[in-house]
Design a protein around this ligand. Sequence first.
Ligand code: ADE
Length: 272
Amino acid sequence: MKAFRIISLITILLLSANKSESQTLGILAAMDQEINLVTEMIEKPVYTEFGGRVFVSGKINGTDCVAAFSKWGKVAASITATLLIEHFNVDDLVFIGTAGAISTELNIGDIVVARSLVQHDMDARPLMQRFEIPLTGITYVECDKRLSDLAVKSIRPLIQKDFKDIVGEKTWQEFNYLKPTLKEGTIASGDQFINSDEKRKELINLLPDVLCVEMEGAAVAQVCYEFKVPFTVIRIISDNANHDARIDFNHFIDKVANIYSMEIIKSFISNY
Ligand code: ADE
């Protein structure tokens, strides 16, 4: 009986010690322009360089954060995510960036919160089904429900706002009077910038549930799945993954994506 009481006491002490420990949020962004405005919010930033990546640690609004530019493509983003997890011991990871619309229900400026991610260029047939991640038995990696719900909760009030006030009147007009909507669902990633209707239609036929396409999210998802780190991915639609994609993409990144990312992360952290 006495031993049982001692064990219970130790358990309570361990649990409460764990609770008071603050969580560290890892923030990855797919573009330099996006991460720059996020890192500007970090108080007393500490810069650490590893493998050609700069990690910025410090607090945003009282929350411990480590932010980094993921770099482009699945391998680059996986390296950055692994370093965030293994070297900086982040407890949760949020990835923010832009994406090309695959669903015809999305427009430039809309926001997608991932619930699951798939690698559209993964193909180890005939050894296994197309898109299946070798040696895992899974095709889709599910996001952490708590973090995706938190992203949705943080973005909802933002999209109610007048975007003229967020991006400035000139940019707002230039981008067809931005009035973002929010969608939740599947995001596809691959080492390709999709910029043709043909490729876009091929993706719709193969993966009809996919909302948008980008080049890192599903790889970061696999890293987090293997390391058991909760994660979510947020994407802002910069183009329609068609022949205009390159022009729309560059224009959007410079004028809108960085401001959006900063506002979304700020709101996310205030709810974290
Ligand atoms: N990121 C933003 N737009 C994209 C596109 N069209 N293809 C791949 N990644 C993207």
